[in-house]
Design a binder for this molecule. Structure first.
Ligand code: NAD
Ligand code: DAU
Length: 333
């Protein structure tokens, strides 16, 4: 199979490409990535001689058309992915997440290429603590510019599938953790703070709940959907990993042999979603997917070790990321 992977230099995309090269050596992978601040070509170093890398923008219609014409399937990871950035400057989210997806859809439509769209549980908005988890039929209700643009892109995919017969599947996954995640995100930010002897930073009271899944489990689900998913269908991906942010910070502090209360409360995120939770029954029963990383604490320990072993990968981004948080007004409460 010839596969075009957009956003393959980002967190989930790079892990997907590495997993694909290791486990499906017959697959020919081309990565299309604009190498924004979030893309890092070094994340593909372990497989650099086994893939083709194209530096370009998914919104470049001509480039995308040419690349799509030469493959059997597209897996679309590329996005502006960070909620906090979308609150500071929403425009790149509209351009990449909506216009970029339009560009890919027009190309797969023209060349009748199979398309898998990687999306987020945030399109459903948030849940109260006792509400049932999201399912494939939960109404869309996004809260942030990021989640609104991802919701928009999902709706474009559904329309292109229904109106033009594009052979598309969609997946909406919960919060991923694992190696190669940018230091702006919650878990890597706190791990790298702790490596530097800096106190973790918890937004507000830290009662918000996220449903954590290891990135490799997410990517195995994407392959299951590509292989056996029903065209036109949405699959939710999640591993029953609900934890509140304060608990995660305390687990990280314990892993560093620090006092579990040795963290700072900082300015909360405007419009902060309270809780996400995934019901992955369809994925489990129809496609037989099960997560391999059942123990979050063990997965976290492996992730901490990865950041300890790969300081040269994250160090160049760390100071600028913290400066950006400070410039956006983050303050200790
Ligand atoms: P990321 O920010 O780490 O990586 C995004 C990648 O896309 C980067 O390599 C970047 O250079 C590239 N990119 C950005 N704009 C581009 C453009 N215009 N053209 C080409 N490439 C461009 O993101 P991630 O966390 O790996 O997320 C990947 C996908 O998975 C996104 O679609 C995101 O919405 C979705 N998702 C993420 C999570 C999560 O927890 N991180 C959970 C569910 C879904
Ligand atoms: O649910 C899937 C989504 O998960 C993806 O679609 C997004 O691309 C991904 O970034 C992630 O979104 P979140 O906003 O949930 O992730 P983030 O890592 O930014 O924050 C996780 C939680 O931790 C959230 O409740 C905010 C909080 N937080 C975050 C940071 C950076 C803190 O308490 N302190 C922090 O320093």
């Amino acid at each position: 199979m010839r596969l075009l992977v957009t956003g393959g230099a980002g967190f989930i995309g790079a892990n997907f490409v590495q997993q694909t090269v290791a486990e499906r050596p017959e697959t020919r992978v081309t990565v299309l990535d604009a190498l924004t601040y979030a893309g890092n070509k070094a994340s593909l170093d372990p497989v650099a001689d086994r893939i083709e890398f194209v530096h370009g923008d998914i919104a470049d219609l001509d480039l995308v058309d040419e690349l799509v014409s030469g493959v059997d399937a597209v897996v679309h990871f590329a996005a502006e992915s960070h909620n906090d950035n979308s609150l500071t400057e929403p425009w790149p989210f509209v351009q990449t997440n909506i216009v970029g997806t339009y560009s890919l859809l027009q190309a797969v439509r023209r060349h009748d290429v199979r398309y898998h769209h990687v999306s987020t549980d945030e399109v459903y908005g948030d849940l109260t603590p006792d509400a049932p988890a999201f399912t494939e039929t939960t109404p869309y209700n996004p809260s942030s510019p990021y989640s609104a643009t991802k919701a928009s892109s999902d709706l474009l995919v559904r329309a292109w599938a229904r109106s033009f017969g594009v052979r598309a599947t969609l997946s909406n996954c919960s919060n991923n953790y694992g190696p190669y995640q940018h230091v702006e995100k919650f878990i890597p930010r706190q791990i790298t703070n702790l490596i530097d002897g800096v106190r973790p930073r918890l937004y507000g009271a830290g009662h918000q709940i996220r449903d954590w899944i290891h990135v490799d489990d997410h990517n195995r689900a994407v392959w299951d959907i590509l292989d056996r998913g029903r065209v036109g269908q949405t699959y939710l991906i999640g591993a029953n990993g609900e934890l509140d942010n304060k608990t995660v910070v305390r687990m990280l502090l314990e892993a560093f042999d620090r006092d579990p209360d040795d963290f700072d409360h900082v300015t909360d995120r405007p419009g902060h979603d309270q809780r996400y939770a995934i019901d992955a029954t369809l994925l489990r029963t129809e496609l037989g997917w099960t997560p391999r990383y059942a123990d979050f604490r063990a997965g976290l320990a492996a992730t901490i070790q990865w950041y300890r072993d790969n300081e040269s990968w994250w160090r160049p981004e760390k100071a600028a990321t913290e400066r950006a948080y400070a410039a956006a007004g983050e303050q200790t409460l």
